[in-house]
Design a protein around this ligand. Structure first.
Ligand code: UTP
Length: 292
């Protein structure tokens, strides 16, 4: 099978209920972190790893995502005339990328969202990036996973250790360590209760998958929460072939959650040269106000 990962799927058709009312008629994936929508961080991460085709799964009220990645002729002309070279470069930087949009008609779950991409993926391995899991742009998680895929020729799931009190929010694995940060997965369970969790190793929003997953997704019914769960399909795939996990020890923000979103905003603002200095001063003032 093809070893290069050229395609990536970005499921973005969820309802974003944790962000209501902001997400009532606008996509969660378009919420900005400093000056870029969440989904752009994921697109840039994938583009930096040599991904060539970007498949976005959209749904109701998600049109702004398509507009965002379209070229903006009028705006570009205006910026050109106004001599705003920096901004022009910034907004046209992604114009050369190839996007495809697939509509998930109803939010039936992450597994179903990925299944919708089957006709575009065909017979190739592919990456999946959940854009509300923001990975620090200085980390190399996706590239490390692609390298592992090339070594093991098997699906690779990103894992992170989470407090046991939070395992109920994730798919959790049981596995044996086979290398530096690499686990051979023995079983997976979606959103277990703390007492039933096989470990504290949670699956986070980066995956390298093989097309065999589509056949399994086709055959599974609703799981936890009445949704077609990717974790259930991965359990099915595990019966047919090995799957590996890669333990991420860098920084991830769960920006689909309000507090995670605020943390991402603060940390990424502190890294942004345009705002870091005045923002840092403000944070220092806030922190001394909170201490008093
Ligand atoms: P989440 O579990 O974060 O769900 O989905 P959500 O709907 O976005 O947000 P909440 O939990 O209601 O607040 C994880 C990822 O899977 C996508 C989401 O867009 C998000 O990127 N997803 C989820 C779909 O594309 N389709 C679905 O049916 C469900």
């Amino acid at each position: 099978m093809e070893k290069r990962i050229k395609k990536a799927i970005f499921p973005a058709a969820g309802l974003g209920t944790r962000f209501l009312p902001a997400t009532k008629a606008s996509p969660k994936e378009m919420l900005p972190i400093v000056d870029k929508p969440m989904i752009q961080y994921a697109i840039e991460e994938a583009s930096g790893c040599g991904i060539e085709e970007f498949i976005i799964i959209t749904g109701k009220y998600k049109r702004a995502i398509e507009d965002h990645f379209d070229s903006a002729f009028e705006l570009e002309e205006n910026l050109k005339k106004a001599g705003k070279k920096g901004l022009l470069e910034e907004i046209s930087r992604l114009n050369h990328l190839h996007f495809a949009y697939i509509r998930q008609k109803s939010a039936l779950g992450l597994g179903h969202a990925i299944y919708c991409a089957k006709p575009f993926v065909k017979d190739e391995p592919f990456a999946v990036l959940l854009s509300d899991d923001i990975i620090d742009p200085d980390d190399s998680l996706l590239q490390d996973m692609i390298n592992l895929y090339q070594k093991y020729n098997a699906p690779i799931l990103a894992l992170q250790k989470v407090p046991m009190s939070e395992v109920h929010k994730y798919g959790v694995i049981d596995g044996s360590k086979v290398g530096d940060g690499v686990y051979k997965i023995g079983s997976l369970v979606e959103k277990p209760r703390m007492a039933d969790a096989p470990s504290d190793l949670a699956i986070i929003g980066r995956y390298i998958l093989t097309p065999g997953i589509f056949e399994i997704l086709e055959g599974i019914g609703p799981g936890k929460g009445g949704e077609i769960q990717l974790t259930d399909a991965l359990s099915g795939l595990l019966k047919k072939r090995p799957i590996y996990g890669y333990l991420f020890t860098g920084t991830r923000y769960d920006a689909g959650d309000k507090v995670g979103y605020l943390k991402a905003t603060v940390d990424l603002a502190l890294k942004n040269p345009q705002v870091s200095e005045p923002f840092k001063k403000y944070l220092i003032a806030v922190s001394s106000r909170l201490k008093n």
